[in-house]
Write a protein that binds this ligand. Sequence first.
Ligand code: UDP
Length: 263
Amino acid sequence: MSDIESSTDHIGLFGMQIDRVDLTQATDRLLDWARSPQPSACRYVVTPNVDHAVLLTHHEGLRASYAGASMVLADGAPIVAAAKLLGRALPGRVAGSDLVPRLFQAAGEQDQPIRVFLLGAAPGVGDRAATNIRQQFPGVEIVGTHCPPLGFEHDANANQAILDAVAAATPDVVVVGLGAPKQELWVHQHAEQLEAKVALCAGATIDFLAGEKRRSPVWMQSMGLEWLHRLATEPRRLAGRYFRDAVQFPPLVWREWRGNPSF
Ligand code: UDP
């Protein structure tokens, strides 16, 4: 175990074991993994938000994925706020969409580039993200992109095509942007066949890197309002989910407060 791995610990919250690390520590650990020999199963990183906490109460597959993750990073501001309220404070939010560019930046501060594969997002978006990354981050070599077809997760050939594309590209890091919980389930199911050192479940990060979607202004991020920006930009897709989460999350916090988590 490296110093980076052993110098941190976790908090238990909503059925997750969240790593007590900040963005810099998470980045250092990722770079360490990206530079290490490939493990027998690809490590993967999940970045929980409120929706994950709600899903985890009844989604066995997502629980298994979380249990197998090598790093669990608090992406959602309400997760960080709840942790503080419950006396299990975290150093801060570590959003997947901050982590990926920070990793790319940090790779450029070292001699050897990291090899990165972009998996997911709509047709053409991965390639546009690749062009931008090549321009902005000299420490990153984009070795492949792949946009799986709709419904690929139920199609053995489409799954194999992803694994083959990744294996041919020999990346250190796979950025997985397939939406939640699809991306978490997929990396968990395929970790042993995925020929990469680490996979990051990063939601819409490939869209952000491509300029396809815009992140909220920094002032909204610092006030914990990134969710509001996402809701305003994708109301039809997100309104139902956010409503359900707004109803179901406070009771989860209450049960944790009473020392009686939901599962
Ligand atoms: N996506 C994909 N394949 C799918 C479903 C989603 O590539 O089968 C991509 C979609 O194009 C977008 C991302 O997954 O780039 C969605 O990420 P986001 O974090 O917005 O989704 P959420 O987790 O909020 O549902």
